[in-house]
Design a protein around this ligand. Structure first.
Ligand SMILES: [Zn+2]
Length: 486
C-alpha cells in the first residue's frame, strides 16, 4: 500500500487513455497521487477524438475510467481533432476546469470544434434518416452548440510562459512546429520525493531544414535541446521516410500540363493549415511565372475564418511567408483568388467551363464540397485530381488515389477518367530520420520513454531505431496502461 500522507511519498503516474496502438484519440492522464484514490492533481494532456475505423470510433462513446468532474485541468498541445475533438464530450460529462492552450490553438479550436459538432449532428441525422443504426434515435456525440459553449473554458498560455496550475504542478509550452499554434508540453511535478520533468510532444513537425518541407507557412523545427525525466512521444511516421525532393517543380509541371489541355485541377485538402500552405505555394508559383494565372477557388465554408486566424498569428510565420505577405498582402485580397463561401458560389465553379484550380475539403473526400467538384471533374480526362495529404484506408480519397476505375459519390458510381497524382512532401509530421535527428539534440537520456500516436508497426520500429541508435529505454504505450513516474 502506498502512503500518500506527504508530498515526499507521492508517486505520480500517467495513464494512457487514447492514441495507444493507434494514431487518434490522444488522451493522457497525469495523476500526482497514487492509484488508491484521488490524490493531488489530475490533469489530462490532450483530449482527442478517435477517428477512422468503426472499432476506434466506438471508443468515443465509452466513459473515462474516472469521473470527468474530478479532472482539474486540460493541457492541449494543438487544434487537430484527434487531440482536441473530445473536449466538448468531456465537458458534457461534467468537466468544468480550465483548458490551457496557445492563443493560436484557441483560435483554431474556435473554428474546428463547432464544425466537428455540426458534423456529429449531421451524421446522427443521416443514420436516423437511413435507419442504418441500431440506436433509435442515433444521437450526436455533442452538438455544435455544446462545442461552442466549451470554448469559454479555454485559457491562453504563450510559448515559454511558466503556468503554475497548483502549488506543485506547473508547465510551459515549447514549439512543436507541427501546425499553427502547436506545442509540446513540459510538465514539472513531484514524484517519489523529488521533482520530475515530463515532456509530452503532441505531434512533432518537420525538422529545421525548410528545403525538405517547402511551402511551410510556419517557421520550422521543434524546440531543440530538451531535457526531461519522462518522455511521451508520437510515432506516426516511426517507420517511414518522406520524399526529400522539392515538390514545387513537379507541382508546377502537373498544373501547367492540365491547364494547357483545358482541364481543371481539383485538390482535396483539409480546410485548416494544409489549404493555406497550398495557396501560398500557388501564389509563389504564379508570381514566378511557373504556372499561368488562372482562377483559384478556396471552396470551404471555413476557409475565410481559417485564413483570418493565420494572418492574426504572424509571429509564427516563416521568413518566406512573412516576405510573401509583405509583398502581396492578405490572400483574401489576392487577384484571381476566390474564397467561395455560399453554396451558390460553390455551384458557380461547377458551371464554369474555364480551367481553374479548386482547393476544397474534406481532405480525404469523406464528405463536404469536394464531393460536388469530383462528381463534375472525375469523368473528364482533361482534369487532374491532386492529393497533398495522407489518405486513410477505407476513405474515398484512398480509393481514387490508388487507381480505382470508379468511386461511389452520392450513391452513384462515378467513372475516374481524370489524371490522378499525389505529392507526399507536404506532411506536417517529422519522419523517422527527422525524429531521430531531433532526439539527438536532447541534453540527456530520459529515464523513461513511452511511444504513443502510431500504428503498432510504426511504434515498434521507432522503438527499435531509438534503442539501437540512442541506447534509450523505450516502451510502446498500451491502451489504459498506468505507468509510475520514477
Ligand atoms: Zn496533429
Amino acid at each position: 500500500m502506498l502512503s500518500t500522507n506527504s508530498n515526499e511519498d507521492r508517486l505520480s503516474y500517467i495513464q494512457f487513455l487514447g492514441a495507444a496502438g493507434v494514431v487518434t484519440g490522444s488522451k493522457h492522464l497525469i495523476n500526482t497521487g497514487d492509484e488508491s484514490g484521488r490524490q493531488g492533481m489530475q490533469v489530462l494532456v490532450d483530449c482527442g477524438l478517435f477517428q477512422g475505423q468503426k472499432e476506434w470510433r466506438e471508443r468515443n462513446w465509452q466513459d473515462l475510467p474516472l469521473p470527468a468532474s474530478t479532472i482539474d485541468a486540460v493541457i492541449l498541445t494543438h487544434a487537430h481533432l484527434d487531440h482536441c475533438g473530445w473536449i466538448p464530450r468531456l465537458v458534457k460529462q461534467g468537466f468544468h476546469g480550465p483548458i490551457y492552450a496557445t492563443p493560436a490553438t484557441i483560435d483554431l479550436c474556435g473554428i474546428l470544434l463547432p464544425d466537428s459538432g455540426h458534423l456529429q449532428e449531421e451524421d446522427a441525422a443521416y443514420y436516423n434518416k437511413t435507419r442504418t443504426t441500431k440506436h433509435a434515435p442515433a444521437l450526436p456525440l455533442y452538438t455544435l452548440e455544446e462545442a461552442k459553449q466549451c470554448l469559454t473554458l479555454f485559457r491562453p498560455v504563450n510559448f515559454g510562459e511558466v503556468k503554475q496550475i497548483d502549488n506543485q504542478l506547473s508547465f510551459r509550452f515549447v514549439r512543436a512546429a507541427h501546425i499553427l499554434g502547436s506545442a509540446m508540453a513540459e510538465i514539472t511535478l513531484p514524484s517519489n520525493g523529488k521533482t520530475s520533468k515530463l515532456l509530452f510532444t503532441g505531434d512533432i513537425g518537420r525538422v529545421r531544414d525548410t528545403q525538405i518541407a517547402p511551402g511551410r507557412v510556419l517557421h520550422s523545427g521543434p524546440t531543440e535541446g530538451e531535457d526531461c525525466d519522462l518522455l511521451v512521444m508520437e510515432s506516426t511516421y516511426g517507420n517511414r521516410e518522406h520524399p526529400h525532393s522539392d515538390p514545387r517543380p513537379e507541382m508546377a509541371a502537373l498544373i501547367r500540363t492540365t491547364l494547357q489541355r483545358g482541364g481543371s485541377v481539383v485538390v482535396p485538402s483539409f480546410a485548416v493549415e494544409r489549404s493555406q500552405k497550398f495557396l501560398f505555394l500557388l501564389k509563389e508559383l504564379m508570381e514566378t511565372r511557373q504556372i499561368p494565372r488562372v482562377p483559384v477557388h478556396a471552396d470551404s465554408p471555413m476557409a475565410i475564418n481559417a485564413v483570418e486566424v493565420f494572418l492574426k498569428h504572424t509571429e509564427e510565420f516563416s521568413p518566406e511567408t512573412k516576405a510573401l505577405i509583405e509583398k502581396y498582402g492578405s490572400p483574401l485580397h489576392w487577384p484571381n483568388f476566390y474564397f467561395d463561401c455560399t453554396q451558390a458560389d460553390s455551384k458557380k465553379i461547377n458551371e464554369s467551363r474555364y480551367p481553374s484550380i479548386i482547393v476544397s475539403s474534406s481532405g480525404m473526400v469523406a464528405g463536404g464540397r469536394i464531393l460536388h467538384h469530383l462528381l463534375q471533374r472525375l469523368p473528364d480526362p482533361r482534369s487532374l485530381v491532386l492529393f497533398i495529404g495522407f489518405q486513410a484506408p477505407g476513405t474515398r480519397g484512398f480509393t481514387i488515389k490508388n487507381g480505382a476505375d470508379e468511386v461511389k459519390i452520392f450513391g452513384q458510381q462515378v467513372p475516374i477518367r481524370a489524371q490522378v497524382a499525389a505529392l507526399e512532401q507536404f506532411s506536417d509530421h517529422a519522419d523517422t530520420p527527422e525524429l531521430l535527428e531531433w532526439l539527438h539534440t536532447f541534453k540527456r537520456q530520459p529515464k523513461q520513454t513511452y511511444l504513443v500516436h502510431g500504428e503498432p508497426a510504426a511504434s515498434s520500429q521507432l522503438r527499435e531505431a531509438m534503442t539501437k541508435e540512442l541506447g534509450w529505454n523505450v516502451q510502446v504505450a498500451a491502451y489504459r496502461e498506468k505507468v509510475q513516474v520514477e
